[in-house]
Design a protein around this ligand. Structure first.
Ligand code: PGA
Length: 257
């Protein structure tokens, strides 16, 4: 059985104090690792150490939102995988659509980051997802295939011990529009079939595929109940404990056969 994974992507929000408060509330709600739900919070870089202290000893894990593919050195403004591990990160979000579309990241650059992270045992939440115009022109599956192929080039099956996929339709991110359960399940099952074809049935069966895009307490349960939805990457709703904690509880209360 795949363990649920609920991760909060705080994006470019919180200051060190609000970050520590928010993380502290999550840590109090998840004092020890939950048997059926893995929980992570991903604050901006400057708050990583404050959040690391706030979640220390709890069941909440720490993640970052980007990493350099390079070894430490002359790369002004970049943050190396070693540095993320040093402050206690277990995860890094890579390939988020905001980085692809606003900051110009390509599958190729994302792939280099994926390889750098997994080679040092840093877990990766790899985001893929289509835009509205791509969906409307019937290209969703081709776009997902291209992103998976490109972002995972030369990534071998052993790396999947540390890779989680997040399906995040761009049109659902921060818009309040959520994919229907059918749209989410269809994309997730497509991604799982892609994993089976590119790797093997075991990788497909074991890899967690999270849904992201306007996940809220009101829609979490129905999304998480879908057979191929193994968790949520939560943006806006992860900034409020009143929204984030019920999403974790929703996952805890689902028992898939
Ligand atoms: P959202 O963001 O929940 O605010 O839509 C999700 C994400 O971008 O990871």
């Amino acid at each position: 059985m795949r363990r649920f994974f609920v991760a909060g992507n705080w994006k470019m929000n919180t200051l060190s104090r609000s970050a520590a408060e928010l993380a502290g509330a999550v840590a109090r709600a998840v004092p020890a690792a939950l048997p059926t739900v893995q929980v992570a919070v991903c604050p901006p870089f400057p708050s990583l150490t404050a959040v690391a202290s706030a979640v220390a000893g709890s069941g909440a894990e720490l993640g970052a939102q980007n990493a350099s593919p390079e070894k430490p050195g002359a790369f002004t403004g970049e943050v190396a995988v070693e540095m993320l591990l040093d402050v206690g990160c277990r995860w890094v979000i890579l390939g988020h659509s905001e980085r692809r579309l606003i900051l110009g990241e390509t599958d190729d650059s994302i792939c280099r980051k994926v390889r750098a992270a997994v080679s040092q045992q840093l877990g990766v939440i790899l985001c893929v997802g289509e835009t509205l115009s791509q969906r409307q022109s019937g290209q969703t599956e081709a776009v997902l295939d291209g992103q998976m192929q490109g972002s995972l080039a030369e990534v071998d099956e052993r790396a999947f011990a540390r890779i989680v996929i997040a399906y995040e339709p761009v049109w659902a991110i921060g818009t309040g529009v959520t994919a229907t359960t059918e749209q989410a399940e269809s994309a997730h099952s497509h991604l799982r079939n892609w994993l089976a074809a590119r790797y093997n049935p075991r990788i497909a069966a074991e890899t967690r595929i999270l849904y992201g895009g306007s996940v809220k307490p009101q829609n979490a349960r129905s999304l998480l109940e879908q057979p191929d939805v193994d968790g949520a990457l939560v943006g806006g709703a992860s900034l409020k404990t009143d929204d984030f904690l019920p999403i974790i509880r929703a996952a805890e209360n689902i028992h898939k056969g």
